[in-house]
Ligand binder design. Structure first.
Ligand code: CMC
Length: 436
C-alpha cells in the first residue's frame, strides 16, 4: 500500500486528544484512511453498517467508478473485454492478472474442459432434493457438497489446492447448474462434451436430450458467453464480501463459494434478474404497456414497498456499463429468434424510457442495472426464470474464487471480525422462573 502525502486528523469536540491517521492511495479511486489502530488509540470503533464508506480489503482485481459508469477487470474496460474476449480468457485474466496469449488460452481451456464432469455420486446427492426445490437451494447444497467429493483440494492454505479448487469450481458450475435444471424437469442429465466451448457445452447440457444431437446456435452461445463475462466479477459486492469473510476463517474453498451462492440468492443482489422478470410478467398480465404509468406511481410511493427491479445500484450512480452491453445482446438474441416484438422487451423499454425522464429516478441517480435486460435475454434463450440467479452464480464463481485466492495470498489477511455498537440491555441478573 502506498502512503499518501497527507494524513487525516480526527479531533473530538469534548477536548479529547486528537489522533493522526495514515492515508493510503490506490492506483485509482478514492484514498482510504487507515483506522486499524483507532480502537487502540481512542477506545472507539467506527460505525458503518452496509459498508457505505468502508474499504474492507485491498484488491487488484476489479475497479468500478460508479460516477463515470466504468467497470475494469484488471484494468481492462468491460466494453473491450465483452467484444474482444471470451469468458475463459476473462477467467484467466481475473484469476492470474493477465489475458492469456494463444498458448496459455489453449492450456487453460483444456484444463477447465477436462474438469467439467462431476463425481458420479453427486447425482445421488442431488436426488435427495424435492423436484420443485428452487435451483439456488439446490446449488447452495451442491457447491457446498463438492467439499465432500474433492478432498484433495480443500486446504485453503495450500496454493496447489487453491488452484485446483478454482479450476474445478469454474469447470463444474455449468454441469451442476444444468443438473439442477434437468432434475427439476425430470430429464436425464447430459454429460459435458469437450469439443464445445464453455457456453456451447452449457447450452447443450441444458437443452440437449440423449436421443438427438444438439446443434449449438452461435448467436445464443455468444449471448450466454457475454452474460458470463458481464457477471464474472464486481469488486466487493455482498456475495464476494461473504466469500471473503467465510474464507477468512480458513474454511475450504467449496464451502466459501457455497456461502457466496447463498448470499447471491437475495432479491437485492443476484435475485434481482428473477425479480425483474417477474415484475415485467406481472405488469404484462395486468394490462401491459397501458399500465406502466400506474405501476410507476406505485414505485414512487414509498408506502407501497414496490421497487422498480433492475434499477438502481449501490455503486453506479450513472448508467451501469453492463446494462448497455446487455441491451445490445438482447437485441441480437431477439432478432435471431424472431422475437423483435416480444411484449416484455417492449414493456422494459417503455419502463426504462419513463424512468430515465422521471424526476424521482433522475434525482436519485437510478439507472438500469445489468439485470434489467439479462432476464429478457435468458428467457428468450429458454432459461427458466428461477434459474436466472443460478446462471449469475455460475458466472460469478470465477470472481469469487479470484477474490478468495487474492485474500488468502495477502500477507495482511486476518479473519474478518467486525465490531458493533451495542444498544441492548446492560448487565442484569436472572430472576428465578417464578418471579419473571
Ligand atoms: N426503485 C425505486 N426506488 C429505488 C430503487 C428502485 N429500484 N432503488 C433505489 N431506490 C430509491 C430508494 O428508495 C432511496 O430513496 P430515498 O432516498 O427517497 O429513501 C434511494 O433510491 C436510494 O436507494 P438506496 O436503497 O439507499 O440505495 P442502495 O445503494 O442502498 O440500494 C439497490 C441499491 C441495488 C439495493 C437498490 O437500488 C435496489 O433495491 N434496486 C432494485 C434491485 C436490483 O435491481 N438489484 C440489482 C443490483 S445489480 C446486480 C448486482 O450487482 O447484484
Amino acid at each position: 500500500m502506498k502512503l499518501a502525502d497527507n494524513k487525516a486528523t480526527l479531533s473530538f469536540s469534548n477536548g479529547g486528544p486528537s489522533v493522526e491517521l495514515p492515508v493510503y492511495q490506490g492506483s485509482i479511486g478514492p484514498d482510504v484512511i487507515d483506522i486499524r489502530k483507532l480502537y487502540a488509540q481512542t477506545g472507539m470503533f467506527t460505525y458503518d453498517p452496509g459498508f457505505l464508506s468502508t474499504a474492507s480489503c485491498q484488491s487488484a482485481i476489479t475497479y468500478i467508478d460508479g460516477d463515470k459508469g466504468e467497470l475494469l477487470y484488471r484494468g481492462y474496460p468491460i466494453e473491450q473485454l465483452a467484444v474482444n474476449c471470451d469468458f475463459l480468457e476473462t477467467c484467466h485474466l481475473l484469476l492470474y492478472g493477465e489475458l492469456p496469449n494463444a498458448d496459455q488460452k489453449k492450456t487453460f481451456s483444456d484444463t477447465v474442459t477436462r474438469h467439467t464432469m462431476v463425481n458420479e455420486q453427486m447425482q445421488f446427492f442431488l436426488r435427495g432434493f424435492r423436484r420443485d426445490a428452487h435451483p439456488m437451494a439446490v446449488l447452495t447444497g451442491l457447491v457446498g457438497g463438492l467439499s465432500a467429493f474433492y478432498h484433495d483440494s480443500t486446504d485453503i492454505n495450500n496454493p496447489e489446492h487453491r488452484e485446483i479448487a478454482a479450476i474445478r469450481l469454474i469447470a463444474k458450475m455449468p454441469t451442476l447448474v444444468s443438473m439442477a435444471y434437468k432434475y427439476g424437469i425430470g430429464q436425464p442429465y447430459m454429460y459435458p462434451r469437450n469439443e464445445l466451448s464453455y457456453a456451447g457445452n452449457f447450452l447443450r447440457m441444458m437443452f440437449g436430450v440423449p436421443p438427438e444431437d444438439y446443434v449449438v446456435n452461435p448467436v445464443l452461445e455468444r449471448a450466454l458467453d457475454r452474460i458470463f463475462i458481464l457477471h464474472a466479477d464486481h469488486e466487493q459486492n455482498a456475495s464476494t464480501s461473504t466469500v471473503r469473510l467465510c474464507g477468512s476463517s480458513g474454511t475450504n474453498p467449496f464451502a466459501a463459494i457455497a456461502a457466496g451462492v447463498a448470499c447471491l440468492w437475495g432479491p437485492a443482489h443476484g435475485g434481482a434478474n428473477e425479480a425483474c422478470l417477474n415484475m415485467l410478467e406481472d405488469i404484462q398480465r395486468n394490462g401491459g404497456v397501458s399500465k406502466v404509468g400506474e405501476f410507476m406511481e406505485k414505485v414512487k410511493d414509498k408506502s407501497s414497498g414496490v421497487k422498480l427491479m433492475g434499477f438502481g445500484h449501490r455503486v453506479y450512480k450513472n448508467y451501469d456499463p453492463r446494462a448497455k452491453l446487455m441491451q445490445e445482446t438482447c437485441n441480437e438474441v431477439l432478432n435471431e429468434l424472431g422475437l423483435e416484438n416480444d411484449p416484455l422487451f417492449k414493456l422494459a423499454k417503455e419502463l426504462e424510457k419513463i424512468a430515465l425522464e422521471d424526476d424521482y429516478f433522475v434525482q436519485r441517480k437510478l439507472y438500469p442495472n445489468v439485470d434489467f435486460y439479462s432476464g429478457i435475454v435468458q428467457r428468450a434463450i429458454g432459461i427458466p426464470v428461477n434459474l436466472f440467479t443460478g446462471i449469475f452464480a455460475l458466472a460469478r464463481t470465477v470472481g469469487w474464487i479470484a477474490q478468495l485466492n487474492e485474500m488468502i495470498g495477502d500477507p495482511e489477511y486476518k479473519i474478518g471480525r467486525p465490531r458493533q455498537l451495542f444498544d441492548g440491555a446492560t448487565k442484569r441478573d436472572v430472576k428465578p422462573l417464578a418471579q419473571r
